[in-house]
Design a protein around this ligand. Structure first.
Ligand code: GLC
Length: 627
């Protein structure tokens, strides 16, 4: 029999198919965001031309990855995913040194490498690189765009997805767009939020909060040379973009796709909550933000389906959920979002040894799963901890007051609360509201710094157990766990920033130490133990399909306030995770966890759990993964 002629599909066919698939997810947001200010058809034509141009520029190996991920769009939800978040200079030196460190990452099980801000920042103070003056150039201190491409290719070859920050809420005031605006060009003035006098800024301030009340009070800055007020939510040198202007969307998308073609596989979209503003509101989490995220995500998917987005929205529980897509946005916005509420509740339960608030918040506010999206759970990152604890939630916990609990957590973690094991520090104390946030590394907040200094071996054991608990939580709760550089070896607070003028006023540098390679390779000691624990937790995670990001997570209320229990409702089997947030041994009636004692294995030890009188034993700060 003659073989039928081989079917062929050209690259242009593929683009046309992807455009047809994605187009209908673009039109709604365009209409809602820009209304009559644009001719929707003409706008779509421009968008299509932009996508097509970057598609044509897309290197062949990335097009192949696009095809693979079109066929396996759930790749990022896999239980095999593990993230590492690091500063290139503090981790490896320059970009060219990075491939040499891949074996270290591979040994930890890492498949996702978030290189902290590495695009060209303004000189001097730059908010840790979040004040970018050129999104198409690499920070010259780190190398060149060619070095960057070489690094992303090296990562790709070892199955590690390169991730970078895309600062979408603001640019440095030295960015070309800002310079042109400042020189009076009306096209670029419309890229930012500028006002001729302070009438509107004052009216907006009525309902805005201050992000850096200590070092950058207020949300607007006056520039006498321009005779204009500029919206500056963060520092004076970070100018908020005006996303109501469709030209801003096209210009930022153009940049994202350019960077995608250099090998970036995931963009961490910075400070997305602030992208849209409306008088009389806090100008955070407005519904338009989700339309913008849909537009960015779906446009990216047409041109570069291998690429996903992660939303950085560090907000309260009910505001966080929509960042993973709810209602008409389900399955269409950012595929990942930071789970800052899990992080806050981890620290809250750990300090008080009481999981009731954690239980309530995580059970009440969060759906068990999302469509084609999941969280990025984490315990520490480069930022401070904002105590996102609301009176609406504490009202459900007997004798708990939100403000008092936030104060307690601040005092506990700055070390002043009697009996605290933590060594952190207050951040951005707001004199007006009394609110405080907290800095400090995972290990210092978990008690390692204090115990090592005191030569207290039991304290060291407890600190290591708390760190293991945190890592076991993020490895099993759902989504891609983010390991923050240095936490795998328990690096403690670094105070050297105080001697660097451009950093000294920002206490967040405390938790951004340089990698200590001598400690990282030491065969014994606390660092070696912490690393061995983490490697083990991540290795076991990778063998458990029930821990994939799309498997529903259900919080179980057992009535024991020392325990936090969650189940991963796998298709074939359920995994029940039990965490003890106290320094005392605990037990849980087998029936209360809906389990059958006879057949259980704790996957973390590979053995059946200890059961006596039909009660499962959970050691101090222990975590069991039962199947
Ligand atoms: C994000 C970053 C933070 C930065 C802010 C402004 O929250 O994580 O470090 O200060 O955005 O860009």
């Amino acid at each position: 029999m003659a073989r039928p002629p081989q079917a062929t599909i050209t690259d242009d066919d593929l683009f046309a198919l992807r455009w047809d698939r994605g187009r209908r997810d673009l039109t709604g947001p365009i209409r809602r965001l820009y209304g009559d200010t644009v001719d929707a058809d003409a706008f779509l034509d421009r968008l299509k031309a932009l996508l097509h141009q970057h598609w044509q520029d897309r290197p062949a190996d990335l097009r192949l990855l696009d095809l693979q991920r079109d066929l396996n769009p759930d790749w990022f939800l896999s239980e095999r995913m593990v993230a590492y978040v690091f500063y290139i200079d503090r981790f490896a030196g320059r970009l060219a040194d990075l491939p040499g460190r891949i074996p270290y990452l591979a040994d930890l099980g890492v498949t996702y490498a978030h290189m902290m801000p590495c695009l060209k920042p303004r000189r001097g103070a730059n908010d840790g690189g979040y004040a970018v003056m050129d999104y198409r150039q690499i920070n010259p201190d780190l190398g060149t765009m060619a070095d960057f491409r070489a690094a992303t290719a090296a990562f790709r070859k070892t199955g590690i997805s390169p991730v970078i920050d895309m600062v979408v809420n603001h640019t440095a005031k030295e960015h070309d767009w800002a310079l042109r605006a400042r020189a009076g060009d009306p096209f670029y003035q419309a890229f930012y939020r500028m006002f001729d006098d302070d009438t509107l800024p004052k009216a907006f301030e009525e309902t805005l909060v201050e992000i850096f009340p200590a070092q950058a009070p207020g949300n607007f800055t006056y520039y006498p040379d321009m005779g204009k007020w500029v919206w500056t939510t963060f520092n004076e040198y970070q100018w908020d973009l005006n996303w109501e202007n469709p030209e801003v969307f096209l210009a930022v998308l153009d940049t994202i796709l350019y960077l995608a073609n250099q090998g970036v596989e995931c963009f961490r979209l910075d400070a997305v909550a602030f992208m849209w503003k409306r008088m009389g509101t806090g100008c955070q989490n407005l519904p338009e933000v989700h339309d913008l995220l849909q537009l960015l995500t779906q446009s990216t998917r047409i041109c570069a389906p291998a690429v996903i987005h992660k939303a950085e929205a560090i907000v309260g529980p009910s505001d966080l959920v929509p960042y993973l897509g709810t209602g008409t946005h389900a399955g269409k916005v950012s595929q990942l979002a930071y789970h800052n509420n899990l992080m806050v509740q981890f620290w809250s339960s750990l300090a008080s040894g009481d999981t009731r608030l954690m239980n309530y918040v995580l059970k009440t506010h969060f759906p068990e799963s999302f469509r084609r999206a999941s969280f990025a759970p984490y315990i520490r990152c480069h930022d401070d901890i904002g105590w996102a604890i609301t009176p609406e939630d504490t009202a459900h916990i007997p004798a708990m007051d939100a403000k008092a609990h936030r104060d307690y957590l601040s005092d506990f973690y700055n070390g002043s609360f009697p009996g605290s094991w933590a060594r952190g520090a207050d951040f951005q104390v707001n004199e007006e509201t009394g609110d405080r946030r907290t800095n400090g590394s995972f290990a210092s907040l978990a008690g390692l710094e204090l115990s090592v200094a005191a030569g207290d071996d039991t304290g060291i054991d407890m600190a290591i157990a708390r760190i293991r608990l945190g890592h076991a939580l993020i490895a099993s709760y759902g989504g891609i766990p983010l390991i923050y550089m240095g936490d795998e070896i328990g690096l403690t607070n670094d105070h050297s920033y105080l001697t660097e003028p451009a950093l000294a006023d920002d206490g967040r540098w405390m938790q951004r130490p340089a990698m200590d390679w001598a400690v990282a390779t030491a065969p014994t000691g606390p660092a070696a133990r912490i690393k061995a624990d983490l490697r083990h937790v991540m290795a076991v995670r990778k063998t458990m399909p029930q821990l994939a990001g799309d498997v529903p997570t259900r919080v179980i209320d057992t009535g024991n306030p020392a325990l936090f229990v969650w189940q991963r409702l796998g298709d074939d089997r359920t995994v029940t995770c039990i965490a003890n947030f106290t320094a005392r041994p605990q037990s849980l009636a087998v029936a209360d966890a809906g389990l059958d004692a006879g057949k259980l294995t704790d996957l973390l030890t590979g053995r059946p759990p200890e059961v006596a009188d039909d009660r499962i034993a959970i050691p101090p700060y222990g975590c069991l993964w039962l199947r």
